[in-house]
Design a protein around this ligand. Structure first.
Ligand SMILES: C[S@@+](CC[C@H](N)C(=O)[O-])C[C@H]1O[C@@H](n2cnc3c(N)ncnc32)[C@H](O)[C@@H]1O
Length: 190
């Protein structure tokens, strides 16, 4: 079965256009950032956020090795997402990605938390252009990940009547602890 990270990339690739702006709200080692940079191309722009400078250093190295220069790495909490994207990029934000939890191989205390995740998602919903896609990969099996994942599910279940459509893709099974990918599309066209 295709990994949820790959499924997120496939869904995004069908929506995100060259020249657009994308946001990686949890940059980590930069694999998603690299994918977004390649998808929007040299005329596009990617903002990648993480609370850990060490993660961003890894991400910077990955981008550099790939010869990518259209990614901007910002060390901050993603709850400030609504305030950090320069105005000139606000019009064409085609994708915002979250990969929750902690950095594999990193400090497991540096983990996403429900309150800031929900604040960041709220900002992301507003920033997304019509027709744009928001993906949130959640891990209910991690400590704290259960309540975080549930809070995200509850928020997205309220979206249907408000200009968005959402679905949940489960990993191997619908077990309560299995990872899941929330996919939200903003209705309308650019
Ligand atoms: C699962 S990893 C992301 C993996 C990454 N997308 C990749 O492709 O390698 C989750 C990341 O979220 C970061 N993080 C945790 N809390 C955060 C917050 N409040 N704001 C931004 N990043 C956060 C962690 O430092 C960690 O690097």
């Amino acid at each position: 079965m295709t990994r949820l990270t790959d499924q997120a990339h496939e869904l995004i690739a069908a929506v995100l256009q060259p020249g657009e702006t994308a946001i990686d709200a949890t940059a980590g080692n930069g694999h998603d950032t690299l994918f977004l940079c390649q998808t929007v191309g040299q005329t596009g722009k990617v903002f990648a956020l993480d609370i850990q400078q060490a993660a961003l250093d890894q991400a910077a190295e990955l981008l550099q090795q790939a010869g990518i220069s259209n990614g901007e790495l910002i060390c901050c909490d993603h709850s400030s997402l609504g305030n950090i994207i320069p105005e000139t990029y606000l019009e064409r934000i085609g994708t915002i990605m979250f990969n929750l939890g902690y950095l594999p191989g990193g400090d497991h205390c540096q983990i996403t938390k429900t309150d800031s995740t929900l604040a960041a998602i709220e900002a992301a919903l507003l920033l997304l252009r019509p027709g744009g896609i928001l993906t949130v990969l959640a891990y209910p099996g991690h400590p704290g990940g259960d309540s975080e994942s549930q809070a995200v599910a509850e928020r997205f279940s309220q979206l249907e009547t408000s200009g968005y459509e959402s679905e949940v893709i489960h990993a191997r099974s619908e077990s309560t602890s299995a990872p899941r990918l929330f996919v939200v599309k903003k209705r309308g066209r650019v």
